[in-house]
Design a protein around this ligand. Structure first.
Ligand code: KIV
Ligand code: ZN
Length: 376
């Protein structure tokens, strides 16, 4: 929710955040990052309100490393059953020099101090090395080892500008986990941005290499091109259990409802061909595919539409559709063909119309055969 809200134009009110928090809790996500309390009084109030109502997911607040930020985050998540403070500082040479104007030593010191302060409020503290995707591996090892010693329980590795490629990002996780002496005392986490369209692929590569938390956003919302899409990460892990060493506890049947809620609240509607939650994600247009699906769903579907919240898959009728799908739809509308000739004539009329119209709806089909003498 925090990074998702960083989509330009997607700012949410307190009520919006509460509705989304409830939906995420129903989805059974492990952690809800509710906001950045130091950023505004409104966001402080939103995070606090989320912390008050959510019982089954951990509620997390983001903070820079300054004392005031940490204290504000702690205050906001105080009512939570399971509170977490997430503190971050940039670690790439570019960010340290040009943005923070701090030396690497100063950055390590600030990170350790922030984690220790956060630990005074909760035993669940996450540390992020902002722009880790462009940071030096040796420096990452150094700062992560220091913050784990200071009490960080989750180590987040953000590819803040979506610069990494999947194999490279996976190797980074492998390297960090193998080379940080106290890495077994923390959960490693991936946080991927989608600037090159690789956020989901990079997140999955990280999981294969040992990450056990993925930070993602419903519908892939987030800063610039967005974050890894929650529904895609979840369904990739669930569908390819043969490849992953872990599963997710998400109740996938609520994925579609959650996506629709977020789209309605933010006004960011998903494109029809969006995986899992797009209108066409389980729709079949061509005759060959429709025929295959009618014979056996698995021919063209790797997931069940119902498992992610759709009522069923959909055979759309258009100029590429075949006889089988046409006949089945007519039958579901109550029209049965008495002979092959009757069916052929109706199908001919359908194709003629389909050449003129992109999608044929039930009303079109009924109009098409009203002057034919069909049994109903
Ligand atoms: O992308 C990023 O680096 C972030 C951090 C604040 C975790 O969102
Ligand atoms: Zn981010």
């Amino acid at each position: 929710m925090r990074d998702g809200e960083q989509s330009p134009g997607a700012a949410m009110s307190r009520e919006d955040k509460l509705r989304i928090a409830r939906a995420l809790e129903r989805l059974k996500v492990d952690v809800i990052e509710a906001g950045f309390p130091a950023s505004s009084p409104g966001d402080f109030a939103s995070v606090k309100a989320v912390a008050e109502i959510v019982k089954d997911s951990r509620v997390c607040a983001l903070a820079r490393t300054g004392d005031a930020d940490i204290d504000r985050a702690a205050e906001a998540i105080k009512p939570a059953v399971a509170p977490r403070i997430h503190t971050f500082i940039a670690t790439s040479p570019l960010h340290m020099e040009k943005k923070l104007r701090m030396t690497p030593d100063q950055v390590v010191e600030a990170a350790v101090r922030a984690v220790k302060r956060a630990r005074q409020y909760t035993d669940d503290v996450e540390f992020s090395a902002e722009d880790a995707g462009r940071s030096e591996m040796e420096f990452l090892c150094r700062i992560f080892e220091a913050v784990i010693d200071a009490g960080a329980t989750t180590i987040n590795v953000p590819d803040t500008v979506g610069y990494n490629l999947p194999q490279q990002f996976g190797e980074k996780f492998r390297y960090l986990i193998e080379n940080i002496p106290n890495s077994d005392k923390a959960i490693f986490s991936a946080h991927c941005h989608n600037d090159l369209g690789l956020a989901v692929a990079n997140s999955l590569a990280a999981v294969m290499a040992g990450a056990r938390q993925v930070e993602c956003a419903v519908n892939g919302l987030g800063e610039r091109a967005g974050n890894a899409a929650l529904e895609e990460v979840v369904m990739a892990v669930r569908t390819r259990q043969d490849l992953f060493p872990c599963d997710v506890g998400v109740d996938t049947r609520h994925l579609l409802a959650c996506s629709k809620l977020v789209a309605a609240i933010t006004g960011f509607h998903v494109q029809p061909n969006k995986a899992i939650v797009g209108l066409n994600a389980f729709a079949h247009e061509s005759g060959i595919h429709q025929d295959g699906v009618l014979k056996s769903r698995e021919t063209y579907e790797i997931m069940r539409a119902q498992d992610v919240g759709w009522q069923d898959n959909r055979l759309t009728l258009g100029k590429l559709s075949g006889r089988n799908a046409f006949k089945q739809r007519m039958s579901s509308l109550g029209f049965e063909f008495a002979s092959q000739e009757e069916m052929a004539e109706a199908f001919r009329r359908f194709k003629e119309l389909a050449d003129k119209k992109r999608e044929i709806f039930d009303e079109d089909l009924m109009a098409l055969v009203t002057d034919m003498d069909l049994s109903q």
